[in-house]
Ligand binder design. Sequence first.
Ligand SMILES: NC(=O)c1ccc[n+]([C@@H]2O[C@H](COP(=O)([O-])OP(=O)(O)OC[C@H]3O[C@@H](n4cnc5c(N)ncnc54)[C@H](OP(=O)(O)O)[C@@H]3O)[C@@H](O)[C@H]2O)c1
Length: 375
Amino acid sequence: MLFRKMSKTDRKLSILGFGCMRLPQTADYAIEEHKATAMVRYAIDRGVNYIDTAYVYFNGQCEPFLGSALTDGYRERINLATKMPVWDVRSRKDMDRILDEQLKRLKTDHIDFYLLHGLSRSSWNDMIDLNVSEFLDGAINDGRICYAGFSFHDNVPAFKEIVDAYPWTFAQIQYNYMDEEYQAGTGGLSYAAEKGLGIVVMEPFRGGMLAQETAEIKKVWASGGHSRPAAEWGLRWLWNRPEITVVLSGMSTMQQVKDNLGFANDGKSLALTTDDLAVYERVKTFYRSRVKITCTQCRYCQPCMVGVKIPECFSAYNDAFIYTDTAGAKFSYDAFTASGGDASRCKDCGVCESLCPHQIPIRKHLRVVVSLFGH
Ligand SMILES: NC(=O)c1ccc[n+]([C@@H]2O[C@H](COP(=O)([O-])OP(=O)(O)OC[C@H]3O[C@@H](n4cnc5c(N)ncnc54)[C@H](OP(=O)(O)O)[C@@H]3O)[C@@H](O)[C@H]2O)c1
């Protein structure tokens, strides 16, 4: 295992972190505790010292699971990261109540890396109104939290605003070779790193899509002369960047834990060659050749008068074809439309089409989005 020091801290963190959102589970979404405990402990025994969970994972069962899995001295060997469900916070008091509950669930007296979960500009503004800075400062002062950070799902301007609004230690962003321009992206990553924040990466395989080993994609990966698995390529691309401290991988089998531990032994920064980088470009071209709707996410069509999240709808639709994974794309579509914005809201006014610089027949495409995802 290789380690990197996170700036603003005294911690040397394993470059591979254990993301606990994809633990082995039963058909009714319960953690298979016996298997999951063995996987978490196996990883810790081989150097993983950063474990990431959240209040909400597995319908609230992940923190209590870790509370048990990390007994027998395992808790003391790791940096524990968990997240406050900002959408459940209605008052300043709720923040203390939730954190105290998390400490109990996790059977610990402190959280090493505490995050506000999934911030967007709007949820951050809600948190400011509820005086979250005072809460974070207080929890750091009384020792319940060691370091404060946030995970993020919005655009680059919102990311920069949040970075500048509090003396964060770290930010957790979705990042991988296909998503350099998505959410915080490379622009946000560089900005945060310049400001001294540590970077933790989530969804390195886009939830598993980039770890596929189909015959077609294997051929493209092999074109550079290396026979590396897709998962190794995905992780190496991230570890190549020195600004990234930890890459969280969700792992659902012991074999994945073993494989990723093996890759982490060689995850040096600035190690990819020009030839390697050319392979990534070929893989990106391969995936992009499957794009159905040529939306560039410029967002000129936004805001839609009835709130349809047009760029996001098209992105989810394209993902279904790029990664030949309709179920995964629908999962993400259902998640971001849970509070509105789905394609079925379109009233056919056509204003978006007059604004689109690429003359995309948006209304027609929104109808196909509805037919694929059902709403
Ligand atoms: N804060 C937030 O808002 C937020 C959001 C998302 C994630 N996260 C955190 O980030 C962590 C990582 O993200 P993620 O779990 O969503 O996605 P991910 O790491 O991109 O994908 C995880 C999936 O990749 C596949 N995989 C992993 N290692 C593999 C290997 N060696 N070979 C083949 N396939 C492999 C598995 O898919 P299969 O199960 O299909 O085999 C696994 O379930 C999460 O677990 C969570 O801790 C945080």
